[in-house]
Design a protein around this ligand. Structure first.
Ligand code: DP6
Length: 338
């Protein structure tokens, strides 16, 4: 990357990912180490574009989101993340961060995954921190766990790793899963685009602390993870979908059983789940997954996607539908400001 005297800047573009095997619960909150491994698909829609520009001589970072100054909590999270990058370099300069999201923020469409993947890549480039893709995923993980998977194209596994602290940090990274020629798609039904009632970070911690179902769900991933990895390598959409749906519903079951209960599912969410079951009865391979929000993503073959999108769009309470295919991992552009 070219450098202009006094101005170090980089732009990165990252896409959100949707987990087919969920990350839900940390064993180490400081290092963002998950209890279980997870598997996702990086989308080809809703990119986040983030520019990081070093501003020597200023005393504080500046953060804007979609053109507006970030709220205090987001600012603190971004600035703390930049400290992690600065700690690894010899530069102490503060930075200006401008991030533009195309997904509805906070609606369970994983904008924190694209957000922190883009921030990690842009900040590493701006601060001239050279990282391979695995180490970039480890860095992105510190901002938001799911962000480590958005570093890579298509289908991605995040390895839980072993241990806590520095040891766990080294062993917990994402990497792509080799796929055959297949044509998976996610039909996404938006039923709510407002902010979440409870942030996923808070909800997963409350679940781990109080849900009697949590351990059973976590144990189930010990079987599901290798089975899904193998099915993705085989291009076996039916097996991938069946595991994904059970895993996501299991995750929501852990939350429903938390004390007090956490319920992200709204009436249209339930209607969509029933419609997906009917589609399957009618011979369409379609499988639902739900993140920490009421929206639903339905895994299907691209040849069935228009039918699935239409069926979802016809359900009362569905505000919009989107088609996503496997997309690119994070990319850094020459963001040098002349
Ligand atoms: C339900 O990655 O947003 O989307 O690490 O606390 O920032 P933090 O959590 P985050 O949680 C994502 C939860 C999920 C499942 C998943 O993406 O695997």
């Amino acid at each position: 990357m070219n450098r202009t005297f006094g101005e170090f800047s980089a732009v990165a573009v990252a896409h959100p990912n949707i987990a087919l095997l969920k990350y839900w619960g940390k064993r180490d909150r400081e290092f963002v180490l998950p209890v279980t491994g997870s598997i996702s698909m990086t989308l080809d829609i809703f990119p986040t574009t983030t520019r990081v520009t070093l501003v020597p001589g200023t005393s504080a970072d500046r953060v804007t989101l979609n053109g507006r100054p970030a709220d205090d909590e987001t600012f603190a999270r971004v600035s703390t993340f930049l400290d992690l990058v600065r700690d690894r370099t010899d530069r102490t300069d503060r930075a200006m961060v401008d991030s533009a999201n195309t997904a509805p923020t906070g609606a369970g469409l994983a904008s924190s995954s694209s957000g922190f993947a883009a921030l990690a890549a842009a900040a590493a480039a701006a601060y001239n921190l050279k990282l391979n893709a695995r180490d970039l995923s480890r860095l992105a993980r510190r901002g938001s766990g799911s962000a480590c998977r958005s570093v890579f194209d298509g289908f991605v596994e995040w390895h839980a790793g072993i241990g806590s602290g520095r040891h766990g940090d080294n062993s917990s990274f994402a990497e792509p899963i080799e796929t055959p020629r297949w044509n998976p798609a996610l039909a996404i039904a938006l039923v709510d685009t407002g902010p979440k009632a409870i942030p996923s970070r808070t909800a997963m911690q409350a679940t781990i602390q109080s849900s009697p179902l949590y351990l059973a769900w976590a144990f189930s991933t010990l079987h599901d993870l290798p089975a899904m990895r193998a099915a993705i390598r085989d291009g076996d959409l039916t097996t991938v979908g069946a595991i994904a749906e059970s895993n996501a519903l299991g995750m929501h079951a852990t939350m429903l059983a938390a004390r007090p209960s956490i319920c992200y599912l709204s009436p249209p969410t339930i209607s969509i789940l029933h419609r997906v079951t009917e589609l399957r009865k009618g011979g369409v391979a379609a499988y639902a997954t739900i993140d920490a929000g009421p929206n639903v993503a339905v895994l299907c073959d691209v040849s069935a996607a228009s039918q699935v999108l239409k069926e979802l769009g016809d359900i009362d309470g569905v505000l919009a539908t989107h088609l996503a295919r496997p997309g690119h991992g994070v990319r850094v552009y020459d963001g040098n400001v002349a």
